[in-house]
Design a protein around this ligand. Structure first.
Ligand code: 5GP
Ligand code: 5GP
Ligand code: 5GP
Length: 208
């Protein structure tokens, strides 16, 4: 389908902490390529409206084609690992993200550009380093959401959103970090709207 104007207002660039994906009741499965690094991984780059709503599955005529991103596969395996079960090599996760979200920004980014831009964002924002420099480490300790947000805001210049989930013991923990990006997928911006969802004042940063 041909879409004339870009039909979204900004992107959420979402990274996940693998320790928090894996220590839940549901647990996780490592990719067939091996246990990922103890680092934040990409979840996705999601077109969004400033109303808070978002488009999805915009173009059934643009299926995921791994052959168009052969040169990116090694980087994707390292920076965008899949942790869902059963184990897979990542293509299912990238396919899902392309078809659900990537097809909604096709007017600006073709498939290769979409994955390349997302990898570039990951390389520009080293969350683990930023948190580590602020004394916030994946050591199973508890940290205030405000201290986590302050560290990221000071280092990047932009306010993130923190999504929590719960571990097997029902403790709230640092699960995902949302940053907002302009429609060219290159520059961070202040979020026009934040997602919803509850954390607590202090959240766990579990090891992976
Ligand atoms: P959950 O319900 O687990 O928060 O999100 C499920 C899926 O819905 C996400 O993986 C993502 O694809 C989509 N989603 C949830 N919240 C948002 C949002 O605020 N913006 C966009 N673009 N997608 C979202
Ligand atoms: P969303 O729809 O929220 O963008 O993506 C969630 C979908 O991707 C789910 O169907 C989930 O099973 C799949 N998925 C595969 N690997 C991962 C992963 O490492 N993290 C998350 N959050 N979802 C994954
Ligand atoms: P405030 O805007 O006063 O910082 O926060 C308003 C409410 O939103 C408080 O309940 C606070 O805990 C919550 N909140 C603030 N920032 C975040 C965030 O990044 N993630 C989540 N889940 N809640 C937040």
């Amino acid at each position: 389908a041909v879409s004339s104007a870009q039909d979204f207002d900004f992107f959420y660039f979402v990274q996940q902490w693998p320790g928090s994906y894996c220590d839940t009741r549901k647990s996780c499965c490592y990719p067939t390529t091996g246990k990922p690094e103890a680092d934040f991984g990409i979840h996705g780059l999601w077109p969004n409206y400033k109303s808070g709503a978002y488009p999805s599955n915009c173009d059934p005529d643009s299926p995921y084609q791994s052959s168009t991103i052969n040169d990116l596969i090694e980087s994707l395996q390292r920076e965008w690992p899949t942790l869902s079960c059963p184990s897979s090599d990542g293509n299912q996760f990238w396919e899902h993200e392309w078809e659900k979200h990537g097809t909604c920004s096709e007017s600006v980014l073709d498939q290769h550009a979409y994955f390349q831009a997302t990898l570039d964002l990951k390389n520009k924002i080293n969350l683990l380093q930023i948190l580590n420099d602020a004394g916030i480490k994946p050591d199973g300790g508890y940290y205030s959401v405000s201290s986590i947000k302050d560290a990221i805001s000071k280092a990047t210049g932009f306010t993130p959103w923190i999504e929590c989930n719960v571990d097997e013991g029902r403790n709230r923990q640092l699960y995902q970090v949302y940053m907002c990006v302009d429609t060219s997928a290159t520059n961070l911006i202040e979020c026009p709207v934040f997602p919803r969802g509850k954390c607590s004042d202090q959240i766990e940063f579990p090891p992976f």
